[in-house]
Design a protein around this ligand. Structure first.
Ligand code: IVH
Length: 677
């Protein structure tokens, strides 16, 4: 009797835990444990229920196909359920999977037909795209597997989702796959969130799923989402015999799918295991995150014969990779002061290697996060790299906690300038509000000199620190007052290096209004907002004169919060004087993207861009198109000009061989000004 009671309470405990994690993952988009830990808990629950059929399953998470649907979107039933996969964690389990498949198939004829298809298991958000006669008509999330949410409006903003399939198309096809964000795009996106003073995302998967769950499609349009297809749901008007054939269809229809280098047909489970190991070896070189591979029976007929067991198909399994994490010890927690004065606690650890990279520091975000995870100085912890890049502390290993750990408290004074720190009630962050704090100044200058801002390439982070420490620079405009003698004083700076620094400062004076506004580091004003402001105000004086919230909020993408922050800067005499000082020091605005916004100068002229330009490629293309030019997709005799930036490759060679004119971005700008094409 007691043992049944114990069993029930163990069962209830597990159900409660998993339900809570489901809520955090699916509803809040803030998982507090890794997928690996979740899978382990889930498997534990499944095992307990299988071994004890007397347990009450009515409210068990095992009875659900997927996550909890979100209320805000229209619910749409899937024509065929979007099931999930069983997980395996070792080679032995894969061999067992193969044995199970063969046992179920029984007849030798069928077993002879058996082969597998192996491809990565993408760490994204499961999505179904419905195409009727080749036209994308609706896109759904998995939801609970039976009923999904209609997120068509957001999916239509994803460039890799074709709105119309190419070539021969069936009457109906449901294409299934993952919406995800590439690792490099994720880093850039987080950097931007940071710049805007907004919360950064924990990993690419969370960022993708948080974006798809937004009501306003402008949000997804501004984020670098992609779609990779890996399967199909209901099909009408086409017979597909093999999983491996689907991939050729995807390619013909123009749908992105697993690259052929990492998706393979395998005749035996041993071959599939080799494939699993090969992909593991190159896992970190892939542009996206994967958490394993999926092994699928290749023949559709055999898939149908094998059918389902419980909530998973018998014909496929996810072979999960162990999470790459390592143990280390926190030696100290120090506090960094950012550009907006936000104090961020950072853990300093005994250096440890995780997926080939040595980790020493990891941000702890804020004090609440430290207390939630109960992290103390001296603790043994598990670390991993979120999004394969950002080091993070997963959890404390409490069993190993030493006696003498020290709890961390946010300092009352700024560690850089000593001024009392401020914490507003509606924010978790502590801030140093001292405008002259040297850390704030250093970070603001780093932003000012960065590539997308004033682009002073020879003034790097280290030099900025030295300049501030030697009190040679106290505000932005001081950079333009630096002299050769002052720079020579600095450690190990020779004549040549000083000259390079001065030349790069001088060169940066030629800028655009967008870049100037962006470089000023007004809170919540990122690149796009700066561009909108520049396009509207056209010159710096008109911008400096704005005093009303309404004038700002009528602009695209500027809400009251951003407008208020802009006005706060513009109302400050010190800020305005500093901008005027920059102009006095010779900063000159070349109204490239604003004055020339629309003309017909380039009508009938074709262009193609290759290599890295001083501005973003899409901005450059926009300028060309706004002036009537056409962008071609490749180098051919039809191309009039190839604009070549740094590190131009094969396109440049081809253009030379076809004798297509090759020009630099600078020359293009000159020609545009003179209308001389
Ligand atoms: S096939 C019945 N292939 O993993 C088989 N799924 O638990 C259906 N996933 O959310 C899935 N990469 O969206 C398949 N290459 C891949 C996948 C993949 C990621 C996701 C899938 C689902 C989960 C399965």
């Amino acid at each position: 009797m007691t043992s049944l009671k114990n069993l029930q309470s163990q069962h209830n405990e597990l159900k409660k835990k998993i339900t809570e994690h489901d809520y955090k993952y699916y509803v809040l988009d803030q998982p507090s444990i890794s997928d690996y830990e979740y899978d382990k808990l889930f498997d534990e629950l499944k095992k307990l229920e299988q071994e004890n059929p007397e347990l009450d399953l009515s409210d068990s998470p095992t009875q659900r196909v997927g996550g909890r649907p979100i209320d805000k979107f229209e619910k749409v039933p899937h024509r065929s359920p979007m099931v999930s996969l069983s997980n395996t964690y070792s080679k032995e389990e894969l061999v067992e999977f193969d044995v199970r498949v063969k046992k179920f198939l029984q007849s030798q004829v069928m077993i002879n037909e058996l082969s597998y298809f192996v491809e990565p298991k993408y760490d994204g958000l499961a999505i179904e795209l419905i195409y009727e006669n080749g036209i994308f008509v609706q896109g759904l999330t998995r939801g609970d597997g039976v009923v999904g949410e209609d997120v068509t409006h957001n999916l239509k903003t994803i460039k890799s989702i074709p709105l119309r399939l190419k070539g021969d198309v069936p009457k109906l096809i449901e294409i299934r796959g993952e919406v995800l964000i590439y690792k490099k795009d994720f880093l850039a996106m987080n950097e931007q969130q940071d710049e805007l003073g907004l919360q950064t995302f924990a990993n690419p998967r969370n960022a993708a799923s948080g974006t798809i769950r937004q009501l306003d499609p402008k949000v997804s349009a501004s984020r670098p989402l992609r779609f990779i297809a890996h399967g199909i749901g209901t099909v009408e008007g086409l017979e597909i015999k093999y999983q491996s054939d689907i991939f050729n269809y995807f390619l013909n229809w123009g749908v992105q799918t697993s690259p052929p280098s990492i998706s393979k047909k395998c005749l035996t489970i041993d071959e599939a295991i080799v494939c699993y190991e090969d992909i593991l070896k190159i896992r970190h070189e892939l542009p996206f995150e994967i958490d394993g591979v999926v092994i699928k029976v290749d023949s559709k007929k055999l898939q149908d014969d094998l059918g389902m067991v419980a909530r998973n198909p018998r014909w496929a399994t996810a072979a999960k990779y162990p999470p790459e994490r390592a143990q280390t010890t926190i030696e100290n927690i120090f506090v960094q002061v950012g550009r907006t004065g936000v104090l961020t606690p950072v853990a300093q650890m005994i250096p440890v290697k995780v997926s080939g990279v040595t980790i020493t520091n990891a941000t702890l975000h804020n004090e609440e996060e430290i207390h939630r995870k109960d992290i103390r100085i001296g603790d043994h912890v598990w670390v991993q790299r979120a999004g394969d890049v950002i080091p993070e502390i997963v959890e404390v290993i409490f069993e190993k906690r030493p006696q003498n750990t020290t709890q961390f408290h946010m300092p009352k004074k700024c560690p850089s300038c000593g001024r009392s720190v401020d914490k507003s009630v509606d924010e978790v962050a502590y801030r140093c509000l001292n405008m002259f704090c040297s850390s704030v100044l250093k970070e603001s200058l780093k932003h000012f000199a960065s590539r997308k801002a004033m682009n002073i390439d020879k003034v790097g982070d280290k030099l900025i620190e030295e300049l501030v420490d030697h009190e040679l620079v106290k505000k932005f405009s001081d950079l333009y007052r630096l002299t050769k003698d002052q720079l020579i004083q600095l450690d190990r700076k020779g004549d040549k290096s000083v000259q390079n620094i001065l030349t790069s400062i001088e060169k940066s004076k030629h800028t655009t209004l967008t870049k100037l506004i962006y470089s000023l580091g007004i809170r919540f004003v990122g690149e796009q907002t700066s561009k909108n402001l520049a396009n509207h105000f056209k010159d710096i004086n008109s911008f400096l004169k704005v005093r009303s919230i309404e004038e700002l909020t009528q602009l695209e993408d500027i809400g009251p919060k951003v407008a208020e922050s802009i006005l706060k800067s513009l109302n400050s005499e010190e800020f305005r004087n500093e901008v005027l000082s920059l102009i006095q020091q010779g900063v000159k605005i070349e109204e490239m993207s604003t004055v020339k916004t629309s003309s017909t100068v380039l009508n009938g002229i074709t262009f193609l861009i290759t290599g890295t330009l001083p501005i973003k490629r899409n901005e450059a293309e926009e300028i060309i198109e706004q002036n009537g030019g056409k962008i071609l997709s490749g180098v051919s005799k039809k191309l009039n000009y190839l604009i070549a930036g740094e590190e131009a490759g094969s396109k440049l060679e081809k253009a030379n061989s076809l004798e297509v004119k090759v020009i630099s971005w600078d020359i293009f700008q000159e020609m545009l000004k003179k209308q001389n094409f």
